[in-house]
Structures are given as C-alpha cells and as structure tokens.
Write a protein that binds this ligand. Structure first.
Ligand code: GLA
Length: 382
C-alpha cells in the first residue's frame, strides 16, 4: 500500500480536499488554559478524494490500508468504537448536528501525517472531512468554525478533551508562516517562519503509544482543578491570566503536583512571547534555548515527556550543530522538533539515529516537511 495517486483516481472523484498536520514551535499544554500557542501547518497532510454517490451511505477506503468501511448517514453517532473511519464518522456527525446537509459519498483518504506522531493526524482527518463534505454539497463555513467543529468531534467523539490548537493550525495554517494563536480569543497573528542558517528537523521517537488519551485528559483535569482553587482567591478566567508573582503568593493553596502543572503553564506562556520576538528578530539561537527550556518544563513540571522523548531530546541537543530541541504535541511518545545547522542535516540524522537507537533500541524516523497551507481544495471537475 502506498500514497501514490494516479490519473485514474483523479478522474473518478469530484474534489481533493486536504488539511495539514502541524508542529508546535512552542506553547505546549497551554491551549486549553487560554494561552497563546505558536504552531505551524505542515506539508504532511490528510487528503480526502470525494464524490457524491446519491445514496444514504458514506463509503470509506484508504490509500494505505486494506480496509473498507461503510457509514449510514442516519446513524452517524454509532461509529465511535470503529478502529478506522471513526474520525470521519464523528466529523460528519457533528456537521449534521450543526444543521448542515451531509450527502452520501465515496471517500478515498490519503494520510501522510504519521499516526500517533504528535503531529495531529486526527485533526487533519477531521478538518479535511468536514471541508470535503461541505464542498460536495455546495455549502460553506469559515475555516475557524471548521476548526471548532473538528475540536468538538475530537472531544465528544474521540474522547480526547483537547484544546483548539491542532484543529486551528490544520485549517487556518499558511504556507511559510508560524501562527501566534490566542486560544482565549482565537485571534491569530501570522509570523514568517524564517530560520536563516538553520533548518527544522522533525524526529519521531517511535515509542509505541498507549494510554495517551487518558494521560492527556488527566493533565487537563489537573489544570481545571488548579484553576478552580486559584479562582477562590484571584480574579482570573483561565490559568494563562495568572501572573507569576500571583502564583507564588498563592502557592500554598495548591498541592505540589498542581503547583508544578500551573508553574509550567505560567512559564510556557511567557516563553511563547519570547519565542515570537526571537523569530521576528531572527534570533534563532535564542529560539533554540527556549525550545530546550520548554522541553525540560514539560518533563520536570508537567510530566508528559517520558524516557524515550527525553533520550531523543538529549541526543538531538548533543549534536554540536543543534541549537535546541523539544517534544511536540501531547507527549508520552511521538516527535521532537529540533533546530539544526541547515547544511549538516545528513550528518545530524546519522548521529541521532546511532545515538538514540543505542539508548532505547528504537530506530527514530525523520520527516522532511515544510510549512504549508492548512486547508487546500482542488476541484477535479468530475
Ligand atoms: C494535543 C492537543 C492540543 C494541545 C497539545 C499540547 O495535541 O490536541 O489541543 O493541548 O496536545 O499542547
């Protein structure tokens, strides 16, 4: 099975609709605390080839899976436990619930965002499915609202109590631009992603995932609990509103675990502001240092890194042409991003593959990706 799309496939479908995976430069585990995050959409993406079929069914197949799944459009709420097709079903279900018409159709999905990589394959699938279903029925919705509907799908259908970062980057990302997204207001400022002599590397630690969703939801409820406690003493709407000195003044209200979680949130919010300034000024060395600080905070204070991501981050930063690296996404596995001297990437990959495999027995994967548009629609005229 491969990602190859030939002329025959293009002849058979009405639209090709893609939505991007994402990296997050910095601002991890703060989107659901009302913080600003700094993601960018990737050229790794999910593409939906779609055509209406004049039935009551959505037929799904994949370029890389030997599976076929049929969904009844009158029973879209009943596919939560499907191994394949659950995200598409959930996206269609929430679109329908929002009052939009969902037509029967045939869908071929092609996902180049690696699953379980922390690069948001699920957001890419949800966003592209919603947009594709809108296209074949001649309906429209602002990209921001598509992101919100996709987030609703992830929370209620997939059971991950996520923030808005992934779905927003997947739908509203722009080529060569990083996004400073205020998760409280959904205002988004675009900053050119220019790294000068450095290049972005994306490296998967390839630790098999398990219990990721429940650990993620646990962190989220810890921050909810901490907010509820701090609200008894402070006039704040979200943890991102908390000033560092106020946290110190009221730390006695929190147990040690909750204090560590909140300290990460408060300091990570500040690092996003500094990282934005560093990128705008072209101070990539400073950006690299912020990535390292973010990683250590996610490890020591937020406790979402784990052995493999820590080993990978340590190996990445021990290469003498790497100026910073951090885990990306929810954690407990998945990818690190690193800033590396642009003309030494091959040497870097070999160094990292050798060093990381020696420590963990897992071979890392490297993804060559660029910063790309979020949603892209191609009318195939069939
Ligand atoms: C996952 C979630 C996001 C965000 C990140 C951590 O990717 O889907 O909403 O919370 O983790 O920053």
């Amino acid at each position: 099975m491969s990602h190859v799309i030939n002329a025959d496939i293009l002849k058979n479908y009405s639209f090709a609709v893609s939505a991007a995976g994402r990296i997050n430069i910095i601002g991890e585990h703060i989107d659901y605390c009302g913080g600003k995050v700094f993601p960018a959409a990737l050229s790794l993406k999910n593409t939906i080839y779609i055509r209406p079929n004049a039935t009551n069914q959505i037929n799904l197949c994949w370029t890389t899976l030997d599976e076929k799944v049929t969904l009844d459009i009158d029973k879209l709420d009943s596919y939560k436990n499907f191994k394949y097709g659950n995200y598409q079903a959930g996206a269609a279900y929430y679109l329908q619930k929002a009052g939009y018409k969902v037509l029967g159709c045939d869908i071929l999905s092609d996902c180049t965002v690696p699953f379980g990589s922390g690069l948001s394959s699920s957001a890419a699938i949800e966003v592209s499915t919603i947009k594709a279903l809108l296209e074949i029925s001649g309906q429209s919705m602002p990209d921001k609202d598509i992101a919100l509907l996709a987030q609703k799908t992830e929370i209620n259908y997939a059971g991950v109590n996520c923030g808005i970062m992934d779905q927003f980057a997947s739908s509203c990302g722009k080529k060569d631009m990083a996004m400073v997204l205020d998760c409280k207001t959904l205002d988004c400022e675009y900053v050119p992603f220019v790294l000068g002599d450095y290049a972005l590397a994306i490296v998967n630690c390839n630790k098999p995932h398990n219990l990721v969703e429940s650990k993620y939801n646990e962190r989220r409820s810890e921050t909810d609990a901490a907010l509820a406690i701090l609200k008894t003493a402070l006039d704040i709407d979200c943890l991102a509103d908390l000033r560092p000195d106020d946290l110190e003044k009221h730390k006695n209200l929190l147990n040690e675990r909750l204090y560590k979680r909140v300290k990460h949130v408060v300091e990570e919010c500040e690092r996003v502001n500094l990282a934005k300034k560093a990128l705008i000024c072209g101070d990539i060395i400073q950006l690299g240092q912020l990535l390292n600080q973010s990683h250590h905070s996610l490890d020591k204070l937020y406790d979402v890194a784990g052995f493999e991501l820590n080993a990978l981050q340590a190996v990445l930063t021990s290469f003498n042409g790497c100026i910073g690296a951090r885990m990306v996404g929810g954690g407990f596995g998945g990818c690190c991003i690193a800033l590396v001297e642009g003309d030494r990437l091959n040497e870097f990959k070999k160094f990292v593959a050798d060093g990381y495999t020696k420590i963990t027995n897992y071979a890392p994967s490297f993804y060559d990706a660029t910063i790309a548009d979020g949603i892209v629609v191609q009318n195939l005229n069939n």
